[in-house]
Write a protein that binds this ligand. Sequence first.
Ligand SMILES: NC(=O)c1ccc[n+]([C@@H]2O[C@H](COP(=O)([O-])OP(=O)(O)OC[C@H]3O[C@@H](n4cnc5c(N)ncnc54)[C@H](OP(=O)(O)O)[C@@H]3O)[C@@H](O)[C@H]2O)c1
Length: 234
Amino acid sequence: MNLTNAVALVTGGSSGIGRAIAATLIASGTKVAITGRNPVRLEEAAKVLGAFPIQADVSKESDAIRTSEQTVKHFGHLDILVNNAGVGVFKNLADLQLADFESVFATNVTGAMLMGREATKHFIERNSGNIINIASTAGLRGAPGGTAYYASKFALRGMTECWRAELRKHNIRVMLVNPSEVITDFFSTAGLTQTANESKLRGEEIAHAVKAMLEMDNRGFTTELTVFATNPHD
Ligand SMILES: NC(=O)c1ccc[n+]([C@@H]2O[C@H](COP(=O)([O-])OP(=O)(O)OC[C@H]3O[C@@H](n4cnc5c(N)ncnc54)[C@H](OP(=O)(O)O)[C@@H]3O)[C@@H](O)[C@H]2O)c1
């Protein structure tokens, strides 16, 4: 597709990977709406990027519906949904609280489903559209402490396969991106410490992958793409 004058909605576009994706799409001539819950961070990002801010929580059905409506009202239509908003809780199974588990699934799975559903209604009407789900290498294999987060990314990967099977006949391209570790606020928000250095991925590498996937001619699409750092070290 041609990204010039296309319209994209990037959930969690106020920080990290989503912000880098929004910046790259805007630099390619795409009109971009970004979402997030924290209004201060959202407004700052929107101002710097030149994006349209929509304060919304993907896990709330009314917010998801409003986000889709506001984007279409502001830009006239929607071509691309990037389901990027995500959170993590990392605890061993014996220590995992129900609320921890449910909060991760609420954003990473239910939120992605709600946003995907609302965009899909619009895409089916237009007989065209693109959905990029940002999962993780955590969706490819398990690890200790990963019950909530890893399972949420397996679930997102599973939903992606269902949507792909359902929606190809409507000319909707459903794609999955699995980043390995990326330097963002994700870890501090999850109460973890991340060592940032030049060997590790930045949001820019994930944005590069997203742009390349979208720019393929509409007759084809990349189903799934995993991005590793070449030689990461702490
Ligand atoms: N960083 C990594 O190493 C890594 C690796 C693989 C995959 N990922 C995935 O990449 C995605 C982006 O993560 P990131 O690393 O860029 O983290 P980040 O810097 O913490 O950004 C997360 C973004 O999601 C938003 N968000 C969180 N919950 C939300 C909700 N319920 N509704 C709306 N927005 C919400 C945040 O804004 P508010 O908090 O203001 O809502 C923020 O804009 C996530 O899905 C994550 O699982 C990250």
